[in-house]
Design a protein around this ligand. Structure first.
Ligand code: ARG
Length: 290
C-alpha cells in the first residue's frame, strides 16, 4: 500500500494574475561605492554576466505572460538596475523616489521622467526620503512600509494620503536588511514570507498579528536574499539559493522558479530589487494561464 503524505499535496491552488513590470538593464553596473553592508568595491564585478542574468530574469517574466517595460540605464548610475527603488506605482498613482544617498540621488529624476513618459503620471514626489518599492510593498489593499535605514517614517503618511491606501509602518533593525524587500516577500494579496530578526520587537508583533500564517525564512535563506522575490500569486520568482524557503513556498501551494542573480547580489540586491511593479487600474488586471 502506498501512503501519500498530505503535506506533499498542497491543499490550495494559488491563482496567478498578469503583471506589468519595469526593469533597467545592468549595462552600467559596477560596485564602486559601498552604501550597504553587501557592497565591497574591491570585489570584481562581471558586468556582462550581470546583463546575461538580468536577461534571463526578464525572459522568465515574459514566459509567464507578464509584460516587461525597459527603462534606459544611465552611465554613472550603477545602482539604477535596482528598479524597485525608483518609485511606487499603485492604482493610477505614481510616487517617484527620493534617495537616501547622494550616489543614487540622480536616479530619481530619470525614473520620474520615465514614469511620466510611460503614461503613469501625475508623478508625485515626497518631502522626505523614500526608496519606492524597496520599502513600500503592496499586499492586497494595504501597503507595508519599511523604515530604519533608508525610507523616512514621515513618508509613510504621505504615501497613505497619495495612494488612499492604509500604510503599516515596520521598523528594520539589521543593516544587512536595509530595505523592507530584503526581509519580506509578498506572495499574494494576503500572504507574505518574512525574516523576523530583521524587525524591531514591536514590528514583529504587528506582522505576527496581521499575518499569522506567514512563511518564516531561515537565517540561511534570508542571507542569500531569498525573500527578495517576485510573485504573480502563483509563480514565485526567487533566487535559486534559498532552498528551504522555496520548499516552504511550494508546500503552501505556489510554484517557485529559481533564478541566479549572483552578480547583482554584490550590490546588495536581488530579484525583487531589479523589478518594479506597475499597477494601473483594476481593469488592466487579468488572469494568466497557469
Ligand atoms: N546598491 C543598492 C543600494 O544600496 C541596492 C538596492 C537594492 N534594492 C532593493 N530594492 N533592496 O541602494
Amino acid at each position: 500500500m502506498t501512503i501519500t503524505s498530505p503535506s506533499a499535496v498542497p491543499a490550495i491552488t494559488r491563482m496567478p494574475r498578469v503583471r506589468t513590470y519595469a526593469m533597467t538593464p545592468p549595462i552600467h553596473f559596477t560596485v564602486d561605492y559601498a552604501i550597504n553592508p553587501w557592497m565591497d568595491p574591491s570585489t570584481p564585478v562581471d558586468t556582462e554576466l550581470a546583463v546575461a542574468q538580468w536577461l534571463k530574469l526578464r525572459e522568465v517574466y515574459e514566459s509567464l505572460g507578464h509584460t516587461v517595460h525597459v527603462v534606459d540605464p544611465q552611465p554613472g548610475l550603477p545602482d539604477m538596475v535596482y528598479a524597485a527603488n525608483g518609485g511606487l506605482s499603485v492604482g493610477g498613482c505614481t510616487v517617484a523616489a527620493r534617495f537616501a544617498f547622494s550616489e543614487r540621488a540622480a536616479e530619481a529624476d530619470h525614473y520620474a521622467a520615465w514614469f511620466a513618459d510611460a503614461g503613469l503620471g501625475p508623478v508625485h514626489r515626497t518631502a522626505d526620503i523614500q526608496e519606492g518599492e524597496g520599502d513600500f510593498l503592496v499586499v492586497g489593499d494595504r501597503i507595508l512600509a519599511g523604515t530604519g535605514f533608508r525610507t523616512h517614517r514621515d513618508t509613510h503618511a504621505e504615501v497613505a494620503t497619495l495612494t488612499g491606501m492604509p500604510v503599516v509602518t515596520l521598523e528594520l533593525i539589521d543593516p544587512r536588511f536595509y530595505h523592507l524587500d530584503t526581509a519580506l516577500g509578498v506572495l499574494d494579496d494576503d500572504t507574505i514570507a518574512y525574516y523576523p530578526p530583521a524587525f524591531s520587537p514591536d514590528s514583529r508583533a504587528v506582522l505576527a498579528e496581521l499575518f499569522p500564517t506567514a512563511i518564516i525564512a531561515t537565517d540561511a535563506d534570508a542571507l542569500v536574499l531569498g525573500l527578495n522575490l517576485v510573485s504573480d500569486g502563483h509563480h514565485v520568482v526567487m533566487t535559486d539559493a534559498a532552498t528551504e524557503l522555496a520548499a516552504a513556498i511550494r508546500a503552501a501551494g505556489y510554484e517557485p522558479i529559481g533564478v541566479d542573480l549572483s552578480e547583482l547580489l554584490k550590490g546588495g540586491g536581488g530579484i525583487k530589487c531589479a523589478t518594479l511593479e506597475l499597477r494601473r487600474l483594476d481593469s488592466d488586471v487579468d488572469v494568466v494561464g497557469a
